[in-house]
Unconditional design. Structure first.
Length: 259
C-alpha cells in the first residue's frame, strides 16, 4: 500500500453551517462563552464570520436544537444553562442544617482551587494575567471604599478568572456551578468573615498572594496560597461557630443565675 494511504485520511468537506456551529461549540467548551452570554445579532455574526445571514440562522437553529442556545424572541440568542446546579434545592437545605456538609464544600474548593491556581500559573496568557491583576485592583478598591457588595462581586470574580486562566474546560464549567451557589450566599456570608478578620486585610492579602504567584508563574506558591486561603475561611468559621455555641451556653447560665 502506498505511503500516503497509510498516513493520510480523506478530509470531509465541512459545510459553512458546520463550521459556524463548530466555532461556537468550541467557544462554549473552552468557557469563553458562558451560560447566559448573549450572542451578537445575526447580522453582526454574519459580517464577522463573512458568511450569509441564512447560514448563521441555520447554525443557531442547530445549536438551539442541541439545547446549547436559548432564543428569546425579541431579545436574541443566549448560551443555555450548561451545568445545571451543583445541588438540588432539597440538598441545599440539607447542607444548611448540617454543619459538617459545609466543611465538605470547603474541602472540595480547597483542592480544586489549589489545582486551578497551579495550572493558571503555568498556562495563563498575558491577557489572563492582566485580567487577574485588574480584578485584584478592583477588589482592593472595593475594600478601601468599604463597599461590601462590590467586594463580594470582585471576590467571586477573582476566583472565577483564575479558574478561567487554568484553561481546563472541566474545571471552568464545574466551578462555575459552585461559584453560582457562593454568589447567592447559600454556603456562607462573606460579610461574616470580615467580622472575624476585622478590617478584611487578611483576606485581601491572601488574594494578592494567590494572584501575584500566578502572574509570576510560581505554581507551587500559587497552589499553597489558594489552599491557605480556604484553610483560613474554614478556621474562621469553625472558630465563629464554636464562639456562638459558647455564647449561647453563657446566656443560659446567666438566665439560671438570675432566676
Amino acid at each position: 500500500m502506498a505511503f500516503e494511504k497509510l498516513v493520510f485520511e480523506k478530509i470531509d468537506h465541512e459545510t459553512v453551517v458546520d463550521t459556524v456551529v463548530r466555532q461556537i461549540e468550541d467557544l462554549i467548551v473552552t468557557g469563553v462563552l458562558k451560560e447566559g452570554t448573549k450572542l451578537p445579532p445575526e447580522r453582526e455574526l454574519a459580517e464577522t464570520m463573512d458568511v450569509s445571514r441564512q447560514k448563521i440562522r441555520e447554525a443557531l437553529k442547530r445549536l438551539e436544537d442541541q439545547n446549547l442556545l436559548r432564543v428569546r424572541h425579541g431579545e436574541g440568542s443566549y448560551i443555555a444553562a450548561l451545568t445545571g446546579t451543583a445541588l438540588s434545592p432539597a440538598m441545599i437545605d440539607l447542607y444548611a442544617r448540617h454543619q459538617s456538609a459545609f466543611y465538605d464544600y470547603l474541602e472540595y474548593r480547597r483542592e480544586q482551587e489549589g489545582f486551578a491556581a497551579a495550572l493558571a500559573s503555568e498556562r495563563a496568557t498575558k491577557v489572563d494575567r492582566d485580567i487577574i491583576l485588574d480584578t485584584l485592583e478592583k477588589l482592593e478598591l472595593a475594600q478601601k471604599n468599604r463597599d461590601s457588595k462590590a467586594s463580594k462581586e470582585q471576590d467571586i470574580k477573582f476566583h472565577s478568572v483564575i479558574v478561567d486562566a487554568s484553561h481546563n474546560s472541566t474545571l471552568i464549567h464545574t466551578m462555575a456551578s459552585i461559584y453560582e451557589l457562593t454568589k447567592r450566599g447559600i454556603f456562607y456570608n462573606r460579610d461574616y468573615l470580615h467580622t472575624i478578620d476585622g478590617s478584611g486585610e487578611k483576606l485581601l492579602q491572601q488574594h494578592k498572594d494567590i494572584g501575584m504567584a500566578i502572574v509570576e508563574g510560581r505554581a507551587e506558591d500559587a497552589q499553597i496560597a489558594a489552599r491557605t486561603h480556604i484553610d483560613f475561611v474554614e478556621k474562621s468559621f469553625r472558630a465563629g461557630h464554636e464562639g456562638s455555641k459558647r455564647e449561647a451556653l453563657a446566656k443560659k447560665r446567666q438566665a439560671l443565675i438570675g432566676s
